[in-house]
Design a protein around this ligand. Structure first.
Ligand code: NAP
Length: 257
């Protein structure tokens, strides 16, 4: 019989990319609440340092890393073993979602979106899988979006990048199960985050508009919170999901992809 009183992530170590703000911060905080230790990455050193102070240096370590560089992806992964001695999972959360239709997306914009949303995750997995395989296995969670399945007209590059991230999730699940590596995906619906509010501000919309639209358009009647997403991620990182791989959990309040 399992010990139900043990924290879900007791003794485990994870990397969360893009955790200096928004959904990534909620995931990192929930990991620590569940007894895990976490390496958070991002480019905003002030925010990263504040989070380490809040969560405690014994549980959280910040790596200033830009995941558009291969070296940045590698550094985030290596920090887990260097600082905490092991790696049990990777959450590919960092993402950008600039508005542009297919016809408006030039080469630079496409390259920029793919570099963060797809290549950053791809290279992070490339470095994380051998380390986790060596330690007997691990769990990868990719933070996805309903836009992966077609996407809205003004999010062309984003939709394509998330579609490829979903394929990467299944590719790893299918081909690395023998190394005890699992890969799953959490579909995020609509969350009020710094990224989302600054995108809306460019369209002249504020947080009040966002919340009222959430209440109106989300079938379950509200926007999702960062914690709503983090609970699903923690389940996929924990041993409770040891037989779960290649799946998507939709935390979308009833929006279906
Ligand atoms: N919010 C939503 O409604 C929503 C909906 C569907 C899916 N999602 C997905 O959820 C994830 C998080 O989104 P969010 O809304 O929390 O976004 P956010 O508030 O803009 O936060 C994005 C995070 O990604 C990091 N990041 C961006 N570019 C980076 C880079 N080049 N290198 C390293 N880190 C980088 C940022 O850190 P720094 O600034 O420190 O670099 C920040 O911590 C994304 O994958 C997004 O696609 C969000």
């Amino acid at each position: 019989m399992s010990n139900n009183n043990r924290p879900r992530l007791d003794g485990k170590v994870f990397v969360v990319t893009g955790a200096t703000k928004g959904i990534g911060t909620s995931i990192a905080e929930r990991i620590v609440c569940e007894g895990g230790r976490v390496v958070i990455t991002g480019r905003d050193s002030q925010a990263g340092t504040r989070l380490v102070d809040a969560m405690g240096a014994d549980f959280c370590f910040f790596v200033n890393a830009d995941i558009t560089t291969v070296e940045g992806c590698s550094r985030g992964i290596m920090a887990a073993t260097e600082r905490f001695g092991r790696l049990d999972g990777l959450v590919n959360n960092a993402g950008i979602f600039p508005r542009a239709s297919l016809l408006e997306t030039d080469e630079d914009l496409l390259d920029t979106v793919l570099a963060v949303d797809l290549k950053g995750a791809f290279h992070s997995c490339r470095f994380a899988i051998p380390v986790m395989a060596e330690m007997g296995g691990g769990s990868i969670v990719n933070v996805g979006s309903t836009h992966a399945w077609g996407g809205s007209k003004r999010l062309a590059a984003y939709a394509v990048s998330k579609g490829a991230l979903w394929t990467l999730t299944q590719h790893i699940a299918m081909n690395y199960a023998s190394d005890r590596i699992r890969a799953n995906w959490v579909t995020v619906g609509w969350v009020e985050t710094p990224g989302e509010t600054s995108r809306l501000a460019q369209e002249g919309r504020d947080e009040a508009w966002l919340r009222s639209e959430g209440a109106r358009r989300v079938p379950l009647g509200r926007l999702q919170s960062g914690d709503d997403i983090a609970y699903a991620v923690v389940y996929l990182l924990a041993d409770e999901s040891a037989q779960v791989t290649g799946t998507a959990i939709h935390v979308t309040g009833g929006f279906l992809p």
